[in-house]
Design a protein around this ligand. Structure first.
Ligand SMILES: *[C@@H]1O[C@H](CO)[C@@H](O)[C@H](O)[C@H]1NC(C)=O
Ligand SMILES: *[C@@H]1O[C@H](CO)[C@@H](O)[C@H](O)[C@H]1NC(C)=O
Ligand SMILES: *[C@@H]1O[C@H](CO)[C@@H](O)[C@H](O)[C@H]1NC(C)=O
Length: 262
């Protein structure tokens, strides 16, 4: 009976964690960056990328009305390597671009590779388009999607080599990057309440990269791009989370007692 009671008690504490852990989707816009962390995507080489809305000499003209925050980043017109770097803390991320339906000057089918944290680069090709094109463009095209990441700070670099027009193919390459969306597990790092049950703080068994290297790394290895404003907001949120956790946890515990012992 004692063991059973202890089990109930631990379940109750775990339940208070479930109340706390909130998955939030956050957007890293190509132009505005991440409003939570202030992180801005890093484009390489910087002089070959341009914000496409209002760009005078960009050939590809998707509709600003259908792009996230009415902006996208355009790289096209010359061959060679291009990359975008993202930093985020979360359990999954997807990168979205805009792809022309048919274009006689540019191809969007590319050989990509991505590098997550310290793992080896993983090669892949542009995923096939989904959805219905509006005018001549597909919007919200997923260029890369990674999930089951540990809820820690990550650095993701995606890279492609734009092909040069050749006798076989007169088309050069183009990338239109619109935004990234990542899922942030709010609450799993709230200290006061959650340390009662240590089992939930990490998500083991990342299935992301095909390489065998560990996906887990301490948050400290990522250069800090967190101004004090966000940490203050985070602290407030944590504080609220702790209060909510104590309240709901307490209520849950009471109802457990009432249900099972009386
Ligand atoms: C477009 O114009 C900008 C600024 O005038 C220039 O830096 C860039 O190289 C031009 N891009 C192309 C593809 O011509
Ligand atoms: C792209 O996705 C966003 C968010 O899901 C949605 O609001 C928007 O309407 C989509 N845009 C297009 C052109 O489908
Ligand atoms: C991608 O790689 C394949 C195989 O190496 C090659 O045939 C193809 O031309 C490449 N495509 C681009 C766009 O570079």
């Amino acid at each position: 009976m004692t063991v059973y009671r202890r089990y109930l008690f631990i379940s109750t504490l775990s339940f208070s964690h479930l109340v706390l852990s909130v998955l939030q989707d956050r957007v890293i816009d190509d132009q505005l960056g991440d409003p939570f962390s202030q992180f801005m995507p890093i484009y390489e080489p910087p002089d070959l990328w341009q914000q496409g809305n209002g760009c005078q000499n960009c050939t590809l003209r998707p509709s600003p009305l259908d792009a996230e925050q009415a902006t996208w980043h355009d790289t096209s017109g010359s061959s060679g390597s291009r990359s975008i770097q993202f930093r985020f803390t979360g359990v999954s991320i997807a990168i979205y671009g805009i792809i022309a339906k048919q274009n006689e000057r540019f191809t969007f089918d590319m050989n990509w590779s991505y590098t997550l944290d310290d793992s080896e680069p993983t090669s892949y090709t542009t995923p096939s388009r989904t959805g219905v094109p509006l005018d001549n463009f597909y919007y919200n095209c997923s260029l890369l999607s990674l999930s089951n990441l540990p809820n820690t700070a990550h650095t993701l670099v995606m890279e492609a080599s734009l092909p040069a027009p050749s006798p076989e193919s007169s088309r050069g390459g183009a990338i239109l990057f619109d935004y990234a969306k990542y899922r942030f597990d709010d609450g799993s790092d709230s200290p006061s309440v959650l340390t009662t049950d240590g089992s939930f703080t990490t998500i083991p068994g990342s299935t992301v990269a095909t390489s065998g290297t560990s996906q887990t790394q301490p948050a400290t290895t990522v250069p800090s791009s967190n101004p004090s404003g966000t940490s203050q907001a985070d602290a407030k949120k944590k504080h609220l989370a702790v209060i909510l956790g104590l309240t709901f946890g307490g209520l849950a515990f009471l109802s457990f007692i009432l249900t099972f012992f009386f």
